[in-house]
Design a protein around this ligand. Structure first.
Ligand code: BG6
Length: 491
């Protein structure tokens, strides 16, 4: 099986924050891979913008070092590397001042017919200022797109302020708000599984589904991002965006077409159906935790407070019981959890079906577990259906949960592309299906904000957990109270 490569139009991609971690670790390696696959047209260029005094050559040297770090030697080809590095330019520019803007403008001379992308890989408080200045400098053409990295604000008011500011310069159809989870192959596969198979849709509702679990567990801590993370926390960093987007894809109605507005209209309906929690519900249905020192995969790691340098109430773990209040999902809890410094890096969605209504088997058959459909997003991407089957052998009828496994790595022998490869080229193509619309971001904040407020105002402390564990005990209690348990993501 081979991936189909469709070249995109010539483009100029301007990356504000061009020397930052995101650009060096994710964006440029993603473009390198697309170049290696022959998808970038000959005169596609990347113009990195930063305050550093770098000329093109010194910027290229910096990127060459980053590529050597983030792309394995077996995937690197010298010709591609040279061709890719030659596409890169650097402009020293002060976003808040005047330095550099004229030079940036000059780089576009004679290139108004190319797709022009402004990618803001900067802090969100600069989004409005950069968009405004780009407009004032007359750099916006009909083929221009503006890409905003998450987080879009830190609450509803700040998200609205950013959206108002960028919206006063760019029409909505030219704004691409990235949630990189939507670019993951397996996340898109969720749409294929649901809407390209007739098998699941008839059972995808409250009559056959007992509950849904979404786990996004990371082994990493906050490392060099402690200062940022301490102002954010897991709810803002992961739940308001990535986990809610996964909820949307599980819960949405089938769209009439896979186009940007049809898909986003359906996701928006899910976000608007999420039950907004009152403070007492938040304390009952939400658990926030913070890692203490411990060991992950046998390596000793410090606690979050030590990384920040002082005690703090910021959560590095969240477990929640969410409810989608509509006809399809009434009474089906969506249990969400995400945390840093967990024992394994694993992201998965578990759809647990209802238990059988009556067992014809005697007590010797063992427990009849409800069926589970497990969508493994990372690692070991694939789909697993857990069925009960007979344990082979004579001497009675003993039953056993048995997995039916589809491993994408085995089924598709291709390199698994990174989310940003898909998303960057979708921006160039002008396809916004996998990007968040303004109303989606704001609806997600409307749901998340009461949680943040309730936690801030509550006297209930953040619960501590040892690094290398699955979070505080209260996370297991959240499900145990409903007679349920988290699926073991390691099986
Ligand atoms: C980012 C968060 O959006 O997603 C990080 O800011 C997190 O804190 C990362 O580590 C997780 O992404 P992935 O693709 O590694 O699951």
């Amino acid at each position: 099986m081979s991936a189909q490569i469709i070249p995109v139009q010539p483009f100029d991609l301007v990356v504000f924050g061009g020397t930052g971690d995101l650009a060096l670790r994710k964006l440029l390696p993603a473009l390198y891979h697309r170049d290696a696959d022959g998808q970038l047209p000959e005169d596609a260029r990347v113009i990195a913008v930063s305050r550093q005094a770098l000329d093109d050559d010194s910027y290229r040297a910096k990127v060459a070092a980053a590529l050597a770090t983030y792309i394995s030697a077996s995937e690197t080809v010298e010709n591609t590397t040279n061709r890719f590095l030659a596409r890169l330019h650097h402009v020293t520019l002060d976003v808040k001042g005047d330095a550099g803007w004229q030079e940036l403008k000059k780089t576009f001379a004679g290139r108004d017919d190319r797709v022009r992308v402004f990618y803001l890989a900067t802090a969100p408080d600069l989004f409005g200022a950069v968009a405004k200045r780009v407009g004032e400098e007359n750099l916006i053409t009909p083929l221009t797109r503006l890409v905003l990295e998450k987080p879009i604000g830190k609450d509803l008011a700040s998200a609205r302020a950013i959206n108002d500011l960028v919206g006063s310069v760019f029409p909505e159809r030219q704004i691409f708000r990235i949630d990189h989870y939507l670019g993951k192959e397996t996340v898109q596969n969720l749409m294929a599984l649901r809407f390209a198979n007739s098998l699941f849709e008839p059972m995808w509702n409250h009559s056959l589904i007992d509950h849904v679990q979404i786990t996004v567990a990371e082994t990493v801590g906050v490392e060099s991002r402690a200062a940022y993370y301490n102002t954010s926390g897991a709810l803002r960093d992961m739940v308001q965006n990535h986990l809610l987007q996964l909820v949307c894809l599980v819960a949405m109605e089938p769209p009439s077409a896979m186009d940007a507005d049809a898909v986003r209209d359906e996701k928006l309906k899910v976000l608007k159906s999420l039950k907004v929690m009152k403070p007492a519900d938040v304390l009952r249905n939400g658990v926030r935790g913070q890692y203490k020192a411990g060991a992950v995969n046998g390596v000793a790691v410090p606690g979050f407070a030590e990384e920040v340098g002082s005690p703090t109430a910021t959560e590095t773990f969240v477990a929640l019981k969410a409810e989608v209040e509509n006809w399809r999902w009434a009474g089906v809890p969506f249990y969400l959890r995400t945390g840093k410094r967990m024992p394994h890096r694993v992201s998965e969605i578990v759809i647990q079906f209802r238990a059988i209504p009556h067992s014809a088997f005697g007590p010797d058959a063992g427990t009849i577990e409800p069926n589970r459909l497990v969508l493994r997003l990372q690692p070991d991407e694939g789909v697993q259906l857990q069925l009960m089957s007979k344990d082979p052998g004579p001497g009675g009828m003993r039953l056993k949960p048995t997995p039916l496994n589809l491993s994408f790595a085995d089924a598709f022998k291709v390199r698994w592309p990174e989310a940003y490869e898909r998303l960057l080229l979708d921006v160039v193509r002008g396809n916004a299906t996998l990007f968040m619309r303004r109303d989606e971001v704001e609806a997600a904040w409307s749901w998340a904000e009461p949680l943040l407020a309730a936690w801030e105002q509550s006297a209930e402390p953040v619960r501590f957990y040892n690094a290398g564990s699955w979070g505080p005990a209260e996370s297991a209690i959240l499900l145990a109270r409903d007679g349920r348990a988290w699926a073991d993501p390691t099986t």
